[in-house]
Design a protein around this ligand. Structure first.
Ligand SMILES: Cc1cc2nc3c(=O)[nH]c(=O)nc-3n(C[C@H](O)[C@H](O)[C@H](O)COP(=O)(O)OP(=O)(O)OC[C@H]3O[C@@H](n4cnc5c(N)ncnc54)[C@H](O)[C@@H]3O)c2cc1C
Length: 382
């Protein structure tokens, strides 16, 4: 594992040369960076070896994920980027043989990308029992009508996994199913890429509004059992939150590292640099302590998932989701403050992360929902 982590560290330094065009939204040669990741043995660390991956436990993957998170391109280069990683894990575990052939294999080998369409503009994402999108049986097909948004990376995706109501008579948490929809199916429409904090983005780096209008797919595209949509979503989101948290720690650590370098080089008087000021040193120390606390918490949560499964680790997962997202905002904010006006430009990655990662406190469940899970558990035990 130490050898793998050290290869990953070197890879991330190599990737820095490709970050600048990315910051400026110019064309990025994804195949080039993926070729390098493959040749270094970093491809698909989350997948079992017999599916072309590295077969890492969640705890080992978490450590690697922190290193990859230091670059906005790290996970994408190694084919373990959200939302594809969640879709791969779901299909591997619950996909039928034909779904694995048609959807999982091209995804795992990096030939295609995919997206996950659950959230709707007119319904509260934090209470998914209110989702309105539906899939009705007609002959041997499902006919899907749904309006979704924030389907990350839908632009350029070969297929979507959509969450739609299939069993309106069932109990609220058994009404929905997850269904595979190739994006060239008639009735699937990517309406637009949604501007986020002033950036529309494109391709992998975008979030789309999508519509399914009388969109017809064979019933064989249903993943798992009918009505199991929520159970599958929980399975997917457990490891998914560990992945995000470790990526955020990688971002925070790099923001701290570049802050240290800058603080030591930026003169504020003829004989003093920023790092000579106690207020700056305290900001660095605070960020370090918060990052280290987050790292240990996430590794503990990953260990719980490895030992107890997603359900058993539910409270630990909710705890890190809101705690680490908050840590990331604070560390990035301090880093920008230390860099002054430079921190707001696109000359460093700080402004990109600040814009892009504000969403960390919202996606995969907003802070408040996760805090409720933790508080309910505390109160039950008291
Ligand atoms: C960058 C980004 C990427 C995303 N990617 C995807 C994706 O790929 N696929 C997908 O399906 N979705 C995606 N989402 C959507 C995301 O999962 C939802 O935004 C999230 O679940 C919250 O739903 P909502 O936006 O409808 O907020 P709402 O449910 O309307 O909540 C609004 C606010 O109300 C507060 N709130 C909500 N519930 C409670 C409560 N119980 N108690 C107290 N306060 C509460 C919170 O502050 C919350 O932020 C993405 C979102 C973002 C920002």
């Amino acid at each position: 594992m130490d050898q793998l982590l050290s290869v990953a560290r070197e890879f991330i330094v190599w990737l820095e040369a490709y970050e600048r065009p990315f910051v400026n939204d110019e064309h990025l040669d994804i195949e080039l960076i993926r070729h390098r990741a493959r040749s270094l043995g970093l491809w698909a660390p989350h997948l079992p070896k017999d599916h072309g991956g590295l077969g890492l436990s969640l705890t080992d993957f978490a450590q690697l994920s922190e290193i990859l998170g230091r670059s906005p391109l790290g996970h994408l280069a190694c084919n373990c980027q959200a939302p594809d990683i969640g879709n791969m894990e779901l299909l591997l575990e619950y996909g039928s043989e034909s779904q694995q052939r048609q959807f999982f294999e091209p995804l795992a080998s990096g030939q295609v990308r995919s997206c996950f369409a659950m959230t709707e503009p007119h319904q509260p994402g934090s209470n998914p029992t209110m989702l309105a999108g539906k899939a009705e049986k007609d002959g041997s097909d499902y006919v899907i009508n749904a309006h979704k948004w924030f389907a990350s990376s839908a632009d350029g995706s070969a297929f979507a996994i959509v969450m739609a109501k299939t069993n309106p008579e069932a109990k609220p948490y058994q009404q929905y199913s997850q269904i595979l929809v190739p994006t060239d199916t008639p009735g699937f429409e990517r309406v637009r890429n949604i501007p986020v904090m002033g950036h529309v983005g494109s391709g992998y780096f975008s979030h789309a509004e999508v519509r399914f209008t009388d969109c017809r797919v064979p019933q064989s595209h249903l993943i798992g059992e009918e009505g199991s949509g929520f159970a599958l979503a929980q399975q997917r989101l457990g490891p998914g939150r560990i992945h995000h948290c470790m990526r955020w720690i990688g971002i925070a650590q790099r923001a701290l590292d570049i802050s240290c370098t800058y603080a030591q080089s930026r003169a504020i008087t003829p004989d003093e640099v920023l790092a000579d000021r106690q207020v700056v040193r305290h900001a660095l120390a605070r960020s370090h302590a918060e990052i280290q606390a987050s790292r240990l918490m996430v590794l503990d949560a990953a260990g719980q998932v490895d030992r107890l499964g997603t359900r058993g680790a539910r409270v630990a997962i909710s705890t890190i989701k809101f705690f680490v997202a908050g840590m990331l905002q604070r560390v990035l904010d301090r880093a920008i403050q230390i860099h002054g006006a430079l921190g707001l430009t696109d000359e460093t990655l700080l402004s990109y992360w600040y814009r892009h990662e504000r969403a960390a406190r919202i996606y995969d469940g907003p802070d408040e929902v996760h805090m409720d899970v933790v508080a309910r558990d505390l109160l039950k035990k008291s």
